[in-house]
Design a protein around this ligand. Structure first.
Ligand code: DAH
Length: 337
């Protein structure tokens, strides 16, 4: 029996090198690997063998079958591949379109805003996302008991005393003043963090662009003029804006800028909470205490500052009415912009 197995093994091995087509491989399969093939025939014979030889012969035969099967599968894959020749490729099929990557819509809007301010003579500065209490609050004239410092609103870094994720880009104003003397005309874009419930209107992480202009005799009229020119270039010259008195610890007087609601055209709807207006920026004349904290003499210099929320602008421009859509990273949404 062992000899028979050996003989079959020799026969199979001798055939291997001559198989160079799928037809020949199929012949090989039909001869050796099917139920009525040579290998199975030997398995049938195995049954009538004496007990002592059965396991030895069985082992040999199993190895032979495994060898033949592996050989078959491997060669089948190779021959199949090489069979796909030019004649089988449909040259009339349209080509696959290249997927072209692009910037995220929020980044596109941010770049556009930065470009407009650069064209008006502003430089660009950046500050750290992880700030200290001093730059985020104290130097900006926040009193010690101000509610914005609350654990509820601010992400504090538990392991580092006094460090937090900046809640706005205004601390970069202080960092710019610390390193530069007037005239200062700078914008400061960046990411900010607030411990807020996530909804269609607000996220815990978003972007702002801060502006700071300090020189001799800077006026509130210049602030309004700059913001109006920016807003008209960003939204189109027929969009409507208004300034409302407001309060921020770091500016005095302070104001907020609204744009006429893009959805209802000022008629009143859910998005603008039936007021017809949407807030797009905070602004004001830099508070003397803030100038002092930045090492600038408030008797010699005055300045204005403003802060735009970028996602709000991106919503207005793209027509996306749920802010979360920007960060779900659904490619079907993002590729529209
Ligand atoms: N930092 C303010 C905020 O996060 C926005 C702001 C308001 C910035 C007035 C300013 C400003 O520079 O003058 O809500």
């Amino acid at each position: 029996m062992i000899e028979k197995i050996q003989a079959l093994k020799d026969e199979i091995q001798a055939q291997l090198s001559s198989i160079d087509s799928l037809d020949k491989l199929e012949e090989f399969r039909l001869k050796h690997l099917v139920k009525k093939g040579t290998i199975q025939a030997l398995f049938d014979e195995l049954k009538s063998l004496p007990k002592e030889i059965k396991p030895i012969a069985g082992k040999e035969l199993n190895q032979l079958r495994e060898f033949a099967q592996n050989f078959y599968h491997e060669l089948f894959g190779k021959l199949k591949q090489s069979k796909i020749t030019e004649s089988q490729i449909d040259l009339t099929l349209p080509g696959r379109k290249n997927f072209i990557g692009r910037f995220h819509p929020v980044k596109q809007i941010l770049d556009e805003m930065v470009e407009i301010f650069i064209s008006m003579g502003f430089s660009v500065a950046e500050g750290p996302d992880i700030e200290d209490m001093y730059h985020n609050f104290d130097a900006l004239n926040f009193p010690p008991e101000h509610p914005a410092r609350d654990m509820q609103d601010t992400f504090f870094i538990a392991s580092e005393d006094g460090l937090l994720l900046r809640t706005h880009t205004s601390p970069v104003q202080i960092r710019v003043m610390e390193h530069q003397k007037p005239p200062i005309r700078t914008i400061m874009p960046g990411r900010v963090y607030r411990n807020e419930a996530i909804s269609a209107r607000s996220l815990a992480e978003f972007h702002q662009i801060e502006g700071l202009y300090i020189d001799k005799d800077v006026s509130f009229a210049e602030l309004k003029g700059t913001m109006m020119v920016f807003a008209k270039r960003m939204y189109g010259f027929d969009s409507k804006f208004r300034f409302r008195p407001s309060f921020f610890p770091f500016t005095e007087p302070s104001a907020e800028m609204d744009i006429s609601c893009f959805l209802c055209k000022g008629q009143g709807c859910r998005v603008c909470k039936y007021s017809g207006w949407l807030e797009i920026a905070g602004c004001g004349m830099v508070h003397p205490n803030v100038l002092k904290a930045g090492g600038i003499d408030p008797d010699k210099y005055t300045g204005y500052a403003f802060g735009f929320g970028i996602e709000r602008v991106a919503m207005l421009r793209t027509g996306i009415d749920d802010i979360r859509l920007f960060y779900d990273n659904d490619i079907r949404v993002l590729k529209q912009f």
